[in-house]
Ligand binder design. Structure first.
Ligand code: NGS
Length: 279
C-alpha cells in the first residue's frame, strides 16, 4: 500500500513536494511495535533456532558467519520486539548467525562501548566468528537488502534512521548499528572502556578506525533504513567531551587490550545467548 494514499493533504502535491517517506512501498515495516509477539520457545521451534539464538541455513551453504552483539539494560519490551523482528530478517538473508545480549549489572552508569568489547570477548570464546555486528536494540532494519554481514571496510549500517528523517546527521556518525570483521575490530583494539554514561563512545571509535587507516563505508540511504523504537532521551554524560579529547592517547592501551570484567551469570535463552556482566 502506498502511504501517500493514506495521507490527508493540506496542499496539492507538486513535483518538489516534501516527501513523507523515502520508500512508501516498505511502509508495512514502519510500525514494528505492532508486529505480533510470539512466545520465545514457540518462535524458536517454529523457526528452527537453536538454544542461545543460533541459526544457519540447512539447504544451502551460508556465505556469512556473524555474531550480533546487543548491549542491554532494562528495556524488556524493546528486546522482545527486536527478537521477534530480527530472527526472520536474518534468516531471510541466509546467514550463519548467533545473537548475544550483553546485560550490564546495576550500579554503575551504562557503558555501551565496554559491553561491545565484552560481547566480542565472550563470542570469541565460543566460536571463531568472522564478523561482528554491534548494535542497539531500539534500531529495526527496514530493508532486507541491508545485509547483516561485513564489508571490506568497517560499515556504518544505520545511516538512514527515521528519527533523523532518513538523513545522516553528520559524516562521522558511527553509532546505532555497525559491522566489522574480527580483524578490523582487533586492529582498532576494540572500543574504549572509559565511556560511562551516554554519548561520545561511537565518535571515539570512529576516530580510532581512522587513526588505523580505515575508511568507513555505508550502503545507500534507501538500503540503510532503520526505524527507531521510541524511548525517552538519555541525559548525556558530562565526561564525554574530555574522554573524546584525550581518546587518541589511549587507542593502544584502552580497549580489548586491557578489558576487565566479570561474568555474573549466563544462559542459553531460546532466542539469544544472555550474558550478565559487571563492567
Ligand atoms: C552525538 C554523540 C554521539 C551520538 C550522536 C547521535 O552528539 O555519541 O550524537 O545521537 N556524541 C557526543 O555526545 C560527543 S542520537 O541523536 O542518535 O541520540 O551517537
Amino acid at each position: 500500500e502506498d502511504i501517500y494514499d493514506e495521507m490527508e493533504r493540506s496542499y496539492p502535491a507538486k513535483d518538489n513536494s516534501c516527501m513523507v517517506a523515502i520508500n512508501p512501498r516498505r511502509s508495512h515495516l514502519l510500525y514494528p511495535e505492532e508486529h505480533p509477539r510470539e512466545d520465545p520457545v514457540a518462535m524458536a521451534r517454529r523457526l528452527g533456532i537453536l538454544p542461545g539464538g543460533q541459526w544457519k541455513p540447512l539447504n544451502c551453504h551460508p556465505l556469512f558467519n556473524v555474531a550480533i552483539i546487543l548491549p542491554y539494560r532494562n528495556r524488556q519490551t524493546q528486546l522482545t520486539i527486536f527478537m521477534n523482528y530480527i530472527h526472520p530478517f536474518l534468516q531471510s538473508q541466509n546467514l550463519d548467525y548467533r545473537i548475544f545480549v550483553i546485560e550490564q549489572s546495576p550500579m554503575r552508569e551504562f557503558n555501551r562501548a565496554k559491553l561491545f568489547n565484552v560481547g566480542y570477548a565472550e563470542a570469541t570464546k565460543v566460536n571463531d566468528f568472522h564478523c561482528f555486528i554491534f548494535q542497539d536494540i531500539d534500531l529495526i532494519p527496514q530493508n532486507p537488502d541491508n545485509i547483516y554481514a561485513c564489508t571490506k571496510m568497517p560499515r556504518h549500517m544505520s545511516s538512514s534512521v527515521n528519527t533523523f528523517r532518513y538523513n545522516l546527521p553528520y559524516t562521522g556518525l558511527f553509532g546505532g548499528a555497525i559491522a566489522l570483521t574480527r580483524k578490523q575490530f582487533e586492529r582498532a583494539n576494540g572500543f574504549s572502556n572509559v565511556f560511562y554514561g551516554w554519548g561520545g563512545e561511537d565518535d571515539d571509535f570512529y576516530s580510532r578506525l581512522q587513526s588505523r587507516g580505515f575508511q568507513v563505508t555505508r550502503f545507500g540511504p534507501d538500503v540503510a533504513q532503520y526505524y527507531m523504537l521510541t524511548h525517552k532521551k538519555e541525559t548525556p554524560s558530562n565526561a564525554r567531551f574530555e574522554n573524546l579529547e584525550t581518546g587518541a592517547k589511549r587507542y593502544d592501551t584502552d580497549g580489548i587490550s586491557n578489558l576487565e570484567y566479570r561474568v555474573l551469570n549466563h544462559q542459553l535463552r531460546p532466542l539469544y545467548s544472555w550474558i550478565l556482566a559487571d563492567v
